[in-house]
Ligand binder design. Structure first.
Ligand code: ATP
Length: 270
């Protein structure tokens, strides 16, 4: 049965990226469990899988979030893709690529802004928000020394009823146009985000998180606000005023006991 949506145009995508991000090779597939799982399996089967390999999937049926959470998407209404990146420079020598997922969030936000989608805020460590609702998710997994699999889900134009299936406020890129301009098609959006991401990852490899820190902080959704960091069992790990992020991407929290640096991994900000 032909799809009821306009599929990603892999030829146009590759042509566009050949000029802007020649290091990338994109494979568009119709259905999969998780693009990140698929890429990890590819690396396991063939350790020489080149950096810059991208898998984009129209219908991702088992999308993953942090700590076993689920990423929901809808064919034709979302973008779900993963990028394999090999770090050989400063980033590889750094402590476990810390700060990478924040740098990815900055890169995605900037790429969308360049396509006219203004107003993205970032929730530590790497959620993309618009008007307080979740627009996109990022999952970075390290699959070997200097090898990262960067998984991204973006809501493009969600069908009615989608939001009700989730436990939090969600939004999409279409909402960001405010009806004032036409949202670029998904192929154009994906090419723009991938080109921005490739340039950002090259920079991250040379310079680490430092050049992304200011870009993260100007978009910080909770700057100066009182926040709680919750463990998976919902108990409070720390609370205080969020004052920004450190040079390694740790959240800086002003608490009654002084300034604390919170590292991601185990906690969620609420
Ligand atoms: P937090 O930092 O708030 O705990 P997280 O980093 O754990 O979030 P992710 O791993 O990015 O979150 O994504 C998983 C969560 O995102 C799910 O638990 C669900 O609440 C939410 N979610 C799942 N699919 C979507 C979607 N399409 N749009 C917005 N939110 C979604």
């Amino acid at each position: 049965m032909p799809p009821t949506y306009t599929p990603l145009d892999s030829v146009a995508l590759q042509r566009d990226l050949a000029a802007r991000a020649p290091a990338l090779t994109v494979k568009v597939i119709e259905e999969c469990g998780s693009t990140s799982t698929l890429l990890a399996e590819r690396v396991a089967a063939d350790p020489a899988t080149p950096g810059g390999s991208v898998i984009a999937c129209e219908r991702q049926v088992a999308g993953r979030g942090r700590r076993g959470r689920v990423w929901m998407s809808e064919a034709g209404a979302s973008l779900t893709f993963s990028l394999l990146w090999r770090f050989g420079g400063a980033a590889r020598r750094g402590p476990a690529l810390s700060g990478l997922s924040l740098a990815v969030a900055v890169a995605v936000a900037q790429s969308l802004e360049q396509m006219g989608l203004i107003g993205i805020a970032l929730k530590w460590p790497n959620d993309l928000l618009y008007e307080g609702a979740k627009l996109g998710g990022i999952l970075v997994e390290v699959s070997g020394p200097g090898i990262a699999i960067i998984g991204i889900g973006l809501n493009v134009q969600l069908p009615p009823g989608f939001a009700a299936t989730l436990d939090r406020a969600v939004t999409d890129l279409a909402a960001m146009t405010g009806g004032r301009f036409v949202l670029p098609d998904r192929t154009t959006l994906l090419a723009g985000v991938l080109a921005g991401l490739a340039a950002a990852m090259e920079r991250y490899d040379r310079e680490g998180f430092a050049p992304f820190r200011a870009g993260w902080q100007v978009r910080h959704a909770h700057q100066g606000l009182h926040v709680s960091l919750l463990r998976d069992d919902q108990s409070v790990a720390a609370e205080g005023i969020a004052t920004g992020v450190a040079e390694d991407g740790a959240l800086l929290l002003r608490t009654a006991a002084g300034l604390q640096r919170i590292h991601s991994g185990e906690v969620s900000l609420r």
